[in-house]
Design a protein around this ligand. Sequence first.
Ligand code: AHG
Ligand code: MN
Ligand code: MN
Length: 355
Amino acid sequence: MNKIVTIERHILEKQKKYPGATGVFTNLLYDMALAAKLISREILRAGLIDILGAAGEENVYGEQQQKLDVFADETIFKLNDHTGRLCAMASEEHEDIIQIPPHFDSGKYILLYDPLDGSSNIDVDAPVGTIFAIHRKITEGPHGTMTDMLQSGRSLAAAGYVIYGSSTIMVYSTGQGVHGFTLDRTVGEFFLSHDNIRIPATPTYYSCNPGYEKYWTPGVRRYHKWLQGIEGEGRKPLGQRYIGTMVADFHRNLLKGGIYFYPGDLQNPAKPQGKLRLMFEAQAMAFLVEQAGGYASDGLGNILDIRPHDLHQRVPMFIGNRELVEQAEQYIQQYDQEWCDAYRPIRDRQPMFTP
Ligand code: AHG
Ligand code: MN
Ligand code: MN
């Protein structure tokens, strides 16, 4: 019989490598695993107990919120508000920082999360996900502040995601490789199934929404043709796969090799920065891909180096095999000067908040 490694055992064994570790961080990851189990159960039951459909509220982006978004959001908050491990949280579904209720202890970590990624897929039984990122508190004082939130991806203490697909899998990294655990529903436990994931050197797929090609910049359009083997040196075409849940598209490309991209949009001059959220989606995935040997760029440079200025800022994203992402950067540099000039000042904006 092979060694049986639960997520708890794995986290504890990693912790042993840090003599000063208090276990706080270990428990924090375990709380996320528990949240994942509860969300997974609710997703499975969703079709049966008529909780599908919009909750009748709009989130901070003006998008219709689904009931499962609310459930996932509240579950993650409730499992983490009282533990004394966090000093604040932020969720894609809330405009402001979520403070720890005053009657609970405050801790030394910050949690940022996208409770349900790919929520438009809920009604059609396609995979959805959860994304989380953990930063250390860097300011003095008992409460988490915007300064603690708006750290660059380079400073991440940990990040991960959960994919609720044909299996529920939790993938995380604390900066020592990327590890995946599959939920065994019969015993309610996550077991190590993907140890030390490395993105394969030979890519298989590319993922984007070509329905919006009309809005893409000339460089991105050419790059798309390059992926298809039409433009450039005539490479062997990659297969195209797109679910519309970044977690699921990323997970596939992480295991099979490839690239996911959601570019900036020049047709909408008010929004040249694409759709994905830097703090709730892009940073975590950029951290994971780098740990797995890949690369994530906004077209100009490494997403992990972007200094955030707004909790809800958006960012163009090219993520996957380094060679494919660097090729995208080259096309953008060569053909998209107009877009670069529009986007760069947004990227380099100074934070507008009182720390
Ligand atoms: P969310 O459901 O958290 O709002 O995120 C959806 C995101 C991302 O996961 C996905 O890849 C992308 O939106 C899909 O957007 P399009 O429908 O525009 O392709
Ligand atoms: Mn999302
Ligand atoms: Mn979401």
